[in-house]
Write a protein that binds this ligand. Sequence first.
Ligand code: WT7
Length: 675
Amino acid sequence: MKPYAPYEGSRSGAAVPTQEDKTVSSIASVLEESRVFPPSAAFVAKAGLDADRLAALHAEAEADFTAFWGRLAKENLHWQTPFRQVLDDSQAPNYRWFADGKTNVSVNCLDRHLGSQGDKLAIRFEGEKGDVRTYTYKQLHAEVCKLANAIKSLGVQVGDRVVIYLPHSAEAVIAMQACARIGATHSVVFGGFSASSLKDRIEDAGAKLVITADGGWRGGNIVELKKAVDEALSAGGPSITKVIVLKRTDHGVPMVAGRDLWWHELLATQSERCEPEWVDAEHPLFLLYTSGSTGKPKGIQHSTGGYLLGAHLSAQWVFDLKPDDVFWCTADVGWITGHSYVAYGPLSNGATVMIYEGAPTVPDAGRFWKIAQEHGVTIFYTAPTAIRALMKLGEEWPNKYDLSKLRLLGSVGEPINPEAWMWYHRVIGKEKLPIVDTWWQTETGAIMIAPVPGAVPTKPGSCTKPLPGIFTAIVDETGEPVTAPGQGGYLVITKPWPSMLRTIWGDNARYRSAYWGQFNNKYYVAGDGAHIDADGYHWIMGRVDDVLNVSGHRLGTMEVESALVSHPRVAEAAVVGRPHEVKGEAVFAFVILKGQRPTGAEADALVKELREHVAKQIGAIAKPDDIRLADGLPKTRSGKIMRRLLRSIAKGEDITQDISTLENPAIVAQLAGRG
Ligand code: WT7
C-alpha cells in the first residue's frame, strides 16, 4: 500500500489500493478532522448559487445528465451553428459532446463581452520587476486578433499545432486565444521544462510554429526560453518552420534568419480584426502534456465546446464570479490550472484576471500580499505547497497588507493538510472567507469535486462533493463501490462529462487502457485513492499509480528514472516519493552505477552531477531531492523492484516488511544508508 501521508499526524489515512499490492484493505479510517465551516451569512446572501439553487442543479443532472449539460451549453455559450446531439457515446469511451455544433473559444471569451463591457479590464499583469500592464477586453481582443492574423500569415492553418513556450504573462494568454481564434491547436509547454522536454513535446505534437520569448523573469534571474528553443530545434525539429519571439528581458538573444521573427515587428502591420474560425465543438483546442506511469509524457487532448463549458461553469460555480471580481489564480499557464482558470474560464465569464510573472518571494516574502492589495484581488486561488511555503515565512508578511478586498480563497493541486488549511483560513481569510478545495486533473479539464462556496460547508482537508453533473464513486479492485464511510478505494468517475479529455494525442489505445481499461470501460479511473465520509464528503489520499506530486506538479517516477539512466554512469534507477513538509512529496532516487561505486567527496560530486543531469533532461522541478547510490535494488525473485520497500526506506522507516522473498535481502541495509 502506498502510504500517502505527506503530513504525518494531520489525519489518518484511509486504506488506499495500489497497483502493486492489489488488495483493497477494508480498514475503515478514523477521521480526526471533524471541524465544519459553513459559509458566512454575508457570503450566502450575495452568492450566485445558494443551497436551494445548487440542489436544483443536482436534481436536474441526476434526472437526465445529458439534458442537463445540453441546456447549460445552449444557455452559456455562443454557438454559431447550434448542436442537435448533446452526447454521442457510440464510440465510448471516446465520447463526443455537442459534436454537430460549431463555435469558437476566443469569441466566447472576448467578442461577446465587447458590447457590454469592452472597457472593463480583462487582464492586470505585473512582472516580477514590478512593471504593470493592463488590457481592457477591447485591447485584449485587438492584440489577439493581431497575433491571430500574424500566425495565419506564417501559414498556420486550422488544426495545425502551435507550441507556446512563454513566461507567465498576458502574452501567453494572447497566444492561446489567438490560436483558438484561428482553430490552431496549441500546446503550452511550461517555461520551467528543459530544452529536451520541449523538443519531445514539439516532436510528439508535430508542431509547425513555436511562440516564445527571449526570456522571462523568475526569482531575480532570467529564464532562458529562447536559448532552450534554439537547443530544442538544433537537432532538426523538422516540423517547425517559424519561431515568434516576444521581447521581454531584452538581453540580446541571437535570431535565426528566415526562422525567427520578433513578435512586435510581426504584429506592427497586422489588422486588429480577425474573423474567427468556426470549428466543430470536438475540434482540439489544445494538447497539454502530463506525466503518467510510463516514461513518456502524454499529450492530453481537449476539445473546444465541452472544454469551454466545463471551464466556464466551474469558474462561475466554484468561484462565484461577479462582474467586479479580480480573480487571481497563481498557476502558470503552462499547467492545466492556468489554462482553465487564467486563460479561459474567467475570461469567458467576463472577469478581470490577475497575472503575476514571478516568484512569491521577490523582492520579499510579502510579494503576493502586496499584489493582492495593489490590484484589489477578490478571489485568490493557489496550491497547498505555496500556502505551506508562505506559512513558513511567517504571518507578519500578509499582516502588513490590506487584504480586505479578498472574499474567496481556493486551493488546488494536492490534498491540503488541515494545518495549512487553518492557516489560510485564519491568516489570509481572517476566519471569514470560504475556502474552496478543488479536486481535478489535467485530464478532467475543469474542477470536478469542490464546494460551491455559498452552499456547501467545508471541512479542512476535504474537497467536499462533486459539482452538478459530475458523478463519482469509490470502488474496490473488482469495481464494486465501497459503501462503508471512510473505506478507501479507487476514485472513479461514472459518467462522461463535457470537459473530459478526448484522447491522448496520437495514441488512442493508450487513452483507452490508461483511463478506462481497469474496469472494462465502465468508469474513468482517476489514479487517485480516496474515501467518502458519512456526509458524502470526498477525502483524496493521493495517487495510487507511479505518479508523484511534487509541489503540485505531476511527475512520473519512470520519467525521472529514464532521465537518470540516460547518464553514462548510471546502470539502473528507482524513484519513489517521500513526504516533504513544503513540497508535499519529494523525489527520492536510488541509483545503481556502472562499475565501482564511489564514496566521500567523489560520491557527493556525482550526486550533484546526477541532479543537474535530471534538471537538464526534464526541468528543475524533477531534480531529485535525495539520491542514494547503492549496489543493487531490492528485487523479488521474478525481478520486480519492491517499490513499497523503497518508499519505506525513503521515509526513514524501520523495515518491518517481510524481505525473505527478496532475491538479495542484504541490500536493504545498504539502501537504508547503513551499509
Ligand atoms: C492530480 C492531478 C488540476 C489541478 C492541478 C494538478 C492531485 C489535484 C487536488 C486536490 C487532492 C489533488 C490529484 C490529481 N490533486 N487537486 N484538491 N486535493 N489532490 O493537475 O497535474 O493533472 O494532477 O493532482 O492527485 O490526480 P495534474
